[in-house]
Design a protein around this ligand. Structure first.
Ligand SMILES: [Zn+2]
Length: 357
């Protein structure tokens, strides 16, 4: 097997630019660390300047459509495919004017996945700015609601501590009987407020909804951030590890069980893993990710289907992190529970049985 890393290392930054110029792809910007190209990986012409070539690893990363890392050889294959032609890795190496001696048929299935972890470690410091385009709301809205023990009693009874709720600024709206959940960005700006309805007639229209108050809808695109990132990023950066749940309550429960300063939980508020999520995890220097989504299964057949779905989600993260998923293989937990809902012992049992992706 040919060492493709060595082959890549023979290509200077200038040579990379020369190769791409043959396809009319010109660098948009160059920094000491990276060369930024239009996304020729998935566009025949044009494309936004979101294809980064990192000089240290000699790997590309497409931050839009492809949302993945690859080397020049794979990029060339992608570009030819866009033009309706399949080329082998051997042909891609030839296009780069490199010596193809020693490339054997088994090299044709080559992928540079193993190099990507390495890229992640090197490139943590130069991930482009993310999450800066979210709208900021006036934090005064939070003070409009009180920290009302009686109003928050349902969550207290589910085991969420008062200390954690205070840290996360959880409040109660007594007028509309709902729990108020502020969402902050990495830096602590208020980017949205969600509410948990408590009246049965409100719940029928949806348990969780963005706050609507005084003519303002406090909504935000949940895929652009993680719930808990402001409160928990320090602990996550220290441990280089994050546990991703579906809902806010799980983040609060994790902090209750393991301590507010050891809280490494985040929530995607649904089951979507986006490129913004990946970039935030990279920004925090995360190495290990545990996907802890709900038990949306009642029998073994169902479990296998849901497991496949969760593995697919984990695969989105797998090129960048060590990923594992939590499943209740013994079907002990109630339908649609979060893995943290049944307390520490159960959670640690699931953790012990986690499937490594
Ligand atoms: Zn792309």
């Amino acid at each position: 097997m040919v060492n493709f890393k060595e082959l890549r290392q023979q290509l200077s930054d200038e040579k990379i630019k020369d190769i791409l110029i043959q396809f009319n792809v010109e660098a948009v910007e160059e920094t000491p660390d990276a060369i930024i190209f239009p996304t020729c990986c998935h566009n025949l012409t044009g494309g936004s300047p979101k294809l980064y070539y990192y000089k240290n690893t000699q790997l590309f990363h497409c931050y839009t459509e492809c949302n993945e890392s690859f080397d020049i050889f794979t990029l060339l294959q992608k570009m030819y495919r866009l033009r309706g032609e399949e080329i082998s890795v051997l042909q891609a190496v030839q296009i780069c004017d490199l010596d193809t001696a020693g490339i054997t048929p088994e090299d044709h299935g080559y992928s540079c996945v193993e190099d990507i972890q390495y890229m992640q470690v090197l490139n943590n410091s130069i991930i482009p700015e993310i999450g800066k385009d979210l709208k900021h709301y006036d934090k005064a809205i939070i003070r409009k609601f009180s920290f009302d023990y009686m109003g928050l009693m349902s969550w207290i009874q589910e085991g969420i501590s008062i200390e954690v709720m205070q840290k996360f600024n959880i409040k109660y709206d007594s007028y509309r009987n709902m729990i108020v959940i502020p969402n902050f960005d990495y830096d602590g700006n208020l980017i949205g407020v969600r509410t948990r309805m408590l009246n049965p007639e409100d719940i029928k229209k949806g348990k969780y909804r963005p706050l609507y108050d005084n003519g303002v809808l406090y909504n935000h695109p949940t895929g652009k951030t993680f719930y808990g990132i402001f409160e928990n990023h320090e602990a996550i950066e220290k441990k280089k590890m994050a546990i991703i749940f579906e809902g806010e309550k799980s983040v609060l429960l994790y902090g209750t069980i393991y301590g507010v300063d050891n809280n490494i939980a985040l929530a995607t508020l649904g089951q979507n893993i986006t490129r913004d999520h990946i970039q935030f995890l990279l920004k925090m220097g995360v190495i290990n990710v545990i996907l802890a989504y709900d038990t949306d299964y009642e029998d073994y057949k169902n479990l296998k289907e849901v497991e496949r779905k969760y593995v697919n989600k984990a695969n989105i993260l797998a090129p960048y992190f060590n990923v594992s998923i939590l499943m209740d293989y013994d079907l002990i937990m109630p339908y649609k529970s979060s893995p943290i809902d049944c307390g520490r012992e159960m959670f640690e049992k699931l953790l012990g049985e986690r499937r490594i992706i």
